[in-house]
Design a protein around this ligand. Structure first.
Ligand code: AP5
Length: 266
């Protein structure tokens, strides 16, 4: 099983010229999942657990921007500098910039291990572009998981979050503390407070989510892909809930395909 340590998603984090260490795997049907949910609901935490269980790569657009932000100023393109400004304020990066970034990483969406998209799509425009791209490539989504939690709990999760500067692993000061304070359990990198986890940026992010991203719930419901998951309880409890929802969805889809094939034969 591949590890979420950065090297296995090098092509996602650094762009198509970088090489991943993921071994192709054609032995099983890959999971291709989109995660929806407000900032701080726990998408990244669940994506990491799902990656460990399902083998699919955790592809976060936010991680791509943060990886670019940790490079020196002269290595950043003007579009990337502009994108980082939006991110710091808690606003969405323009669709055209995000789409360019995703398009040039198409190989990650085609990868035989599958994917868990976290933070993309985030607007109806992005969702429609993704649908067209996947349709044209003959790639089918397995499910869209929508995590739901009350706003008060979301703010508590965001303000206590600490992220590894190096491998991007996510901790929480009280709920998911590292073994050694300030130090990543996986790679010993420094744990930092994300710039957009300041109270002013959190407020903008939550408002932006309601306005621009929440409508995607209906978009994916109409496509028959939506799976709603309560994001209450511990990460492991939410993970167990997620896996059982995914398993029952796969059984339903499989049964539907069998039934349709039988109908066509008649
Ligand atoms: P992005 O990085 O995608 O951030 P986000 O969606 O705001 O989500 P977060 O990473 O903040 O939260 P999460 O749901 O992953 O929660 P986590 O698991 O970390 O995007 C950042 C920015 O990039 C955007 O604002 C935008 O500017 C830009 N951007 C990115 N994609 C874009 C796009 N497609 N279009 C336009 N702009 C884009 O958990 C949070 C905390 O809670 C952690 O500390 C965790 O340990 C803790 N926690 C998790 N689960 C639990 C639990 N069950 N109980 C208690 N604590 C928990």
């Amino acid at each position: 099983m591949n590890k979420s340590n950065g090297k296995d998603r090098a092509a996602w984090l650094q762009g198509p010229s970088a090489q991943c260490e993921v071994a192709p795997d054609n032995s099983k049907i890959p999971w291709r999942i989109v995660l929806l949910g407000a900032p701080g609901v726990g998408k990244g935490t669940q994506a990491d657990l799902l990656h460990q269980r399902l083998g699919a790569c955790h592809l976060s657009t936010g991680d791509v921007f943060r990886a670019a932000g940790s490079r020196s100023e002269c290595e950043q393109s003007p579009a990337m500098k502009e994108a980082l400004g939006y991110m710091r304020r808690g606003e969405l990066v323009p669709d055209s910039t995000v789409w360019e970034l995703v398009r040039e990483r198409l190989a990650c969406l085609q990868c035989s291990v599958g994917f868990i998209l976290d933070g993309f799509p985030r607007t109806l425009g992005q969702a429609e572009s993704l649908k067209q791209l996947l349709d044209s490539e003959g790639i089918t989504l397995s499910a869209v998981l929508s995590y739901e939690l009350a706003a008060g709990e979301i703010v508590a999760r965001l303000s206590g979050r600490r992220t590894c500067e190096k491998c991007k692993a996510v901790y929480h000061v009280t709920e998911r503390p590292p073994q050694v304070e300030g130090c990543c359990d996986r790679c010993e990198g420094k744990l930092i407070l994300r710039e957009d986890d300041r109270p002013e940026a959190i407020k903008v992010r939550l408002e932006t989510y309601e306005r621009s991203t929440a409508p995607l719930i209906e978009f994916y419901r109409k496509l028959g892909l939506l799976v709603q998951v309560a994001a209450t309880g511990t990460p492991d409890q939410i993970f167990d809930r997620t896996v059982s929802e995914l398993e029952s969805r796969r059984i339903q889809v499989f049964a539907h395909k069998l039934w349709s094939a039988e109908e066509n034969r008649r």
